[in-house]
Design a protein around this ligand. Structure first.
Ligand code: DC
Length: 233
C-alpha cells in the first residue's frame, strides 16, 4: 500500500527501520511482515552472526580466537543473503546453510562469536553496506544503538522469557523437532544474559527506541502498532 510508505524524517532519503530485542521475541516474523507491508527489504543480521559462527566451526577455529576468526572473515567469508518467501536463504561459499544455522546450538555459537569486537566490526560494516541503501527493516540486537543510530524509526521488541520459551517450544514441536520447555527456557535465559552483559554492543534499547512488550500481543497487532508509529511521523 503506497499510502503507508513513509518519508524519511531526517531528509537523508534513507528510510531505515530497526528492530532489536532478545531471541524469541517474535522479531524475525514481525520484521518480515513489516518489511512486506512497507515494501522494504529485510536484513536478518542474526543470520550473519550464525553464518560467521558456522564458518569458524567448519574451519576448526576455537570460538574465542578473535584474531583467527577475524582473518577468516577477511579472507574466506563468502556470504549471500537471498530473500525467500518465509525466511532469508543463507549461502556460505555458495552452499545453502539456511537450516543448519537456525538450530538452538548455532544460536549459542553465534552468541559467542558475536561477543568478539573484531567480528562485530566486520559484520557491522557489512550491515551498513547493505542497509545503507535504505528502504530496509534491519533486525538484530544493536541495529538502533550501534549500526544504524541515525535510523528514522527504532523499535525494541520484548516479551517475557516464559512467553518466549512457550513460543519457541510450540514452533519446534510444529516442525516435529525435540522441544523441552524447561531446557528452552534455560537456554533463553542464558542467551539473554550473555547478549546483554557483553562488553561490546550489549542488547539494550536505544534511548530513542519505541519499546513494545509483545507478551500479550499477536503478531498482527504488533505490526499494526509499528505501522501506526511509522506513518505518524
Ligand atoms: O537473532 P538470532 O537469534 O538469529 O541471533 C543469533 C545470535 O547473534 C544472538 O545470540 C546474538 C547475536 N546477534 C548480535 O549479537 N547482534 C545482532 N545484530 C544480531 C545477532
Amino acid at each position: 500500500m503506497t499510502s503507508q510508505k513513509p518519508q524519511s524524517r531526517h531528509g537523508t532519503g534513507l528510510e531505515i527501520v530497526t528492530i532489536d530485542g532478545p531471541s524469541g521475541s517474535g522479531k524475525s516474523t514481525i520484521s518480515r511482515m513489516l518489511a512486506a507491508r512497507l515494501g522494504y527489504a529485510y536484513l536478518d543480521t542474526g543470520a550473519m552472526y550464525r553464518a560467521a559462527g558456522l564458518a569458524a566451526m567448519r574451519a576448526g577455529i576455537p570460538l574465542d580466537d578473535e584474531e583467527k576468526i577475524a582473518a577468516l572473515l577477511d579472507s574466506a567469508f563468502d556470504l549471500e543473503l537471498v530473500p525467500g518467501p518465509d525466511d532469508t536463504r543463507v549461502l556460505l561459499g555458495g552452499e545453502e546453510v539456511s537450516r543448519e544455522i537456525r538450530t538452538a546450538e548455532m544460536g549459542l555459537v553465534a552468541s559467542r562469536v558475536s561477543a568478539l569486537p573484531a567480528v562485530r566490526e566486520r559484520l557491522g560494516a557489512l550491515q551498513r553496506e547493505i542497509g545503507g541503501r535504505g528502504r530496509v527493516v534491519c533486525e538484530g540486537r544493536d541495529m538502533g544503538t550501534v549500526v544504524f543510530p541515525e535510523a528514522a524509526w527504532k523499535f525494541f521488541l520484548d516479551a517475557s522469557p516464559e512467553e518466549r520459551a512457550r513460543r519457541r517450544t510450540a514452533q519446534l514441536a510444529e516442525r516435529g523437532e525435540d522441544a523441552d520447555y524447561h531446557a528452552i527456557l534455560a537456554q533463553i535465559r542464558k542467551r539473554d544474559h550473555d547478549d546483554s552483559s557483553r562488553a561490546v554492543a550489549p542488547l539494550r534499547p536505544a534511548p530513542d527506541a519505541f519499546v513494545i512488550d509483545s507478551s500479550r500481543m499477536g503478531m498482527d497487532e504488533v505490526v499494526s502498532l509499528m505501522l501506526e508509529r511509522i506513518t505518524s511521523r
